[in-house]
Write a protein that binds this ligand. Structure first.
Ligand SMILES: Cc1cc2nc3c(=O)[nH]c(=O)nc-3n(C[C@H](O)[C@H](O)[C@H](O)COP(=O)(O)OP(=O)(O)OC[C@H]3O[C@@H](n4cnc5c(N)ncnc54)[C@H](O)[C@@H]3O)c2cc1C
Ligand code: SF4
Length: 561
C-alpha cells in the first residue's frame, strides 16, 4: 500500500490492551508498518506471580494502607494488591476529578503492555440484536449502526484465537460461540442451574471465559492455580501482552514504543487529516512526535476521549472530530451493587489450602425485558449475574484445641450471585477536560460526571430480590440479599463517550469506528458503544476492532485514506 504521508509508519495504534493488541496484530500481519504507543512498561513472564504464596512477599500481601498511599482508587478493587500494584497507575501522579456529589471509581488503569487484559475477569459474552437494536425495542437511546449478522464472523474469529471455555445454551439473546470444552461446574453450581431452570426457566451456565482448556498457538491449557490477575506463565488466559502484541511484533512490522504517554493527535489542518501523535516519554519527560498515515486510538474509553478532547484545533475547538458536540457524552459503566449469597450443601467436598481453584464460575443469563416476557414494571433493559460456589474452612468455628480443629475443618459452602446491569446512555453522564488540573506529564486530566437514574435504582433492587429468590429455590440457607445504590460506580466496564451512529450530527464514529469528521482517525475501543448491554464488553470490543481494521485496510487499498 502506498504511504501517502511518506512517514515511516502506516498506522499509529495508541494503547496495547484488548483493542490495541488486536489492531496491531491484524494490521501488522497484513503487512502494514505499525507503531504501538503504550503509556505503560513492557510486560514479561518474569513479572508473573500466580504461584507465589503471600508469605514470600515483603508485606505478606497485607499492607493495604501502603497500597492506598499511591493507589487510593486502584486498590479499591482487590486485583491491585502487593503482587501487582506497580502495574497500575499512580493515582496521585495521574489523577482525574469529579464533582463532590458524584464520586466515581475509575479503577483498572493498568500501565503495562496488555492494559487491563493483564488483570481482567475474562468473562467473554456475545451481544445480540436484542442489545444492538435495544432502542428499537423500547424507544430509549439510539440503535447501534451494526447488527449481530455483521459481527458474527468476527466473534467467531476472535473467540477461536482467544480460547473461550463455555457451554452452548441456544439462547437468542446470548448467542453461543466457538467454545473450547467447558470447565466442569461444581456440584453446587449444577444444583443451582437445575433448580433455577425448573422453577423459573432461567439459564445458569458456565461463565463463558477466556481461559483455555485445550492448548493452542504455544499456549497451555489452564492448570487451575487460581489467581489469573497476577499473570500466567503458561499463557492459559487471554492477555494481549502474551498473545496479540507478540504476534504483531513477530511479523517484523510492529514496533512497540513503551512508556509513551500520548497527549494529542496532530492534525494537518489544510487537508483535515491526522498526521501523527504527540507523546511524552514517561522516563525522560521529553515530548516527541510520531507520524503515520492513520491514527487509531485504543487507549480505553475515557483515555481515548481524553486524547481527542485535548487535541482541539481551530476547526474543532471543542475537541477533535467533535463537530456533533457529542464527544465526551453518554458515558456508561455497569451497575453491580445488587445480588445475594447463601449457604449451600457441601456434597462431601472438603476445603483445602493450596488445592486446585477453578478460575471460572457461573453466569446467569439476562431474563428481564426480553421477547415474550412482560416488561419489568419499573425499569428498561436487563442484567445478568456472575457468581459461583466456594468451599471454605469454618473460620468462625467456636472453641479451642482438638474440638476447634475439628469444627474448623467442617466445610462452609457459600454461593454468590452478583448482578451486572445495563446503564442507560444519558447525555448528562459525561467526561470533559478539567481546566484546573494536569497530570505529572503536563497533560490536562478528565473531569467525570456520572450518577444513577431511577432506572438503575429500580434495576439494582430487582437484582437483589431475584438473586434471593433463585437461591431460595435452590434450597440455600442464611440468604443475604443486598441492593446498594451504585455510586460510586464500579467502573471497570466503561463504554461510550464517542458513540457510533449513522448520523454525524448525533455521533462521533461510523460503524467502522472511523471518525465522521477526520477520515484517517479511528477510535477502536469501547468509546464507540451506543449502549452498554449487561454482558461484559471486551469480546465485543475486540470483535469490532478486527472488523474496523479490515474496513480500514480496504479503504487504504482503494486510496480512500
Ligand atoms: C479487574 C477487571 C476485571 C474485568 N473483568 C472483565 C470481564 O470479566 N469481562 C470483560 O469483558 N471485561 C472485563 N474487564 C474490562 C476489560 O478489561 C476492558 O473492557 C478491556 O481491557 C478494555 O480494552 P481497551 O483496549 O479499551 O483498554 P485496555 O485493555 O485498558 O488498554 C488500554 C491501554 O492503553 C494505554 N493507554 C492509556 N492511555 C494512554 C495514552 N494516553 N497513551 C498511550 N497509552 C495509553 C494503557 O496503559 C493500556 O495499556 C475487566 C477490567 C478489570 C480492570
Ligand atoms: S488459573 Fe489457569 S489461566 Fe489462571 S493463572 Fe492459573 S493456569 Fe493461568
Amino acid at each position: 500500500m502506498q504511504n501517502k504521508n511518506k512517514s515511516e509508519y502506516d498506522a499509529i495504534v495508541v494503547g496495547s490492551g484488548a483493542s490495541g493488541g488486536w489492531a496491531c496484530k491484524r494490521l501488522a500481519e497484513a503487512g502494514l508498518k505499525v507503531a504501538l504507543l503504550e503509556a505503560g512498561k513492557p510486560q514479561s513472564d518474569a513479572n508473573f506471580s500466580e504461584h507465589k504464596p503471600g508469605f514470600e512477599l515483603k508485606y505478606r500481601n497485607r499492607a493495604t494502607e501502603m497500597m492506598r498511599k499511591t493507589r487510593p482508587v486502584q486498590s479499591v478493587f482487590e486485583v491491585c494488591n502487593e503482587y501487582t500494584a506497580d502495574w497500575f497507575v499512580n493515582d496521585l501522579e495521574e489523577p482525574y476529578t469529579t464533582p463532590k456529589d458524584q464520586p466515581f471509581l475509575w479503577m483498572g488503569r493498568v500501565r503495562m503492555t496488555g492494559g487491563r487484559t493483564n488483570v481482567w475477569g475474562r468473562v467473554s459474552l456475545r451481544f445480540s440484536d436484542w442489545d444492538l437494536k435495544a432502542a428499537s425495542h423500547d424507544g430509549f437511546g439510539e440503535d447501534w449502526p451494526v447488527s449481530y449478522k455483521d459481527l458474527e464472523p468476527y466473534y467467531d474469529l476472535v473467540e477461536k484465537y482467544v480460547g473461550v471455555t463455555g457451554m452452548a445454551e441456544g439462547l437468542e439473546h446470548l448467542p453461543d460461540g466457538q467454545f473450547q470444552p467447558a470447565m466442569p461446574l461444581t456440584c453446587q453450581e449444577i444444583l443451582v442451574r437445575n433448580r433455577v431452570k425448573e422453577k423459573f426457566g432461567r439459564t445458569v451456565t458456565l461463565a463463558r471465559s477466556a481461559n483455555m482448556t485445550r492448548p493452542q498457538n504455544g499456549r497451555g491449557p489452564c492448570h487451575y492455580c487460581g489467581p489469573c490477575e497476577r499473570g500466567c506463565v503458561t499463557h492459559s488466559y487471554f492477555n494481549s501482552a502474551f498473545t496479540t502484541v507478540p504476534d504483531a511484533i513477530r511479523t517484523g512490522n510492529c514496533t512497540l514504543i513503551s512508556n509513551a504517554m500520548a497527549h494529542k493527535v496532530l492534525m494537518d489542518e489544510k487537508t483535515n487529516r491526522a498526521k501523527g501523535v504527540l507523546y511524552v516519554d514517561r522516563n525522560t519527560r521529553e515530548t516527541k512526535e510520531i507520524h503515520a498515515r492513520v491514527v487509531i486510538l485504543c487507549a480505553q474509553t475515557q483515555e481515548s476521549t481524553r486524547i481527542l478532547l485535548n487535541s482541539g484545533t481551530a476547526a474543532y475547538p471543542n475537541g477533535l472530530a467533535n463537530s456533533s458536540g457529542v464527544l465526551g457524552h453518554y458515558l456508561m459503566a455497569h451497575v453491580r451493587s445488587g445480588g445475594a449469597n447463601g449457604d449451600v450443601p457441601a456434597f462431601g467436598e472438603k476445603p483445602s489450602m493450596g488445592g486446585p481453584v477453578k478460575p471460572v464460575g457461573i453466569y446467569v443469563a439476562r431474563f428481564r425485558n426480553l421477547k415474550g416476557d412482560a416488561p419489568a414494571k419499573n425499569f428498561l433493559r436487563g442484567f445478568g449475574y456472575e457468581g459461583g460456589s466456594n468451599v471454605d474452612f469454618n473460620w468462625s468455628a467456636p472453641g479451642f484445641g482438638e474440638a476447634y480443629k475439628k469444627a474448623l475443618r467442617e466445610p462452609r459452602v457459600d454461593f454468590d450471585m452478583t448482578g451486572f446491569g445495563e446503564v442507560l446512555p444519558r447525555w448528562e453522564n459525561r467526561v470533559e477536560i478539567d481546566p484546573e488540573v494536569k497530570d505529572i506529564f503536563g497533560i490536562p486530566v478528565l473531569k467525570i460526571y456520572m450518577k444513577d437514574s431511577e432506572n438503575e435504582r429500580a434495576m439494582i433492587k430487582d437484582m437483589g430480590d431475584s438473586a434471593g429468590e433463585m437461591l431460595e429455590a435452590a434450597g440455600a440457607k442464611n440468604i443475604r440479599v443486598y441492593a446498594h445504590p451504585s455510586a460510586p460506580r464500579w467502573a471497570l466496564h466503561e463504554a461510550g463517550t464517542a458513540r457510533m451512529g449513522v448520523d454525524p450530527k448525533k455521533s462521533v464514529l461510523n460503524q467502522f469506528q472511523q471518525t465522521h469528521d477526520v477520515k484517517n482517525l479511528f477510535v477502536m475501543d469501547a468509546s464507540g458503544f451506543a449502549s452498554n448491554p449487561c454482558q461484559n464488553p471486551t469480546l465485543t470490543i475486540m470483535t469490532l476492532c478486527v472488523r474496523s481494521c479490515d474496513y480500514l485496510m480496504g479503504e487504504m487499498k482503494r486510496g480512500e485514506i
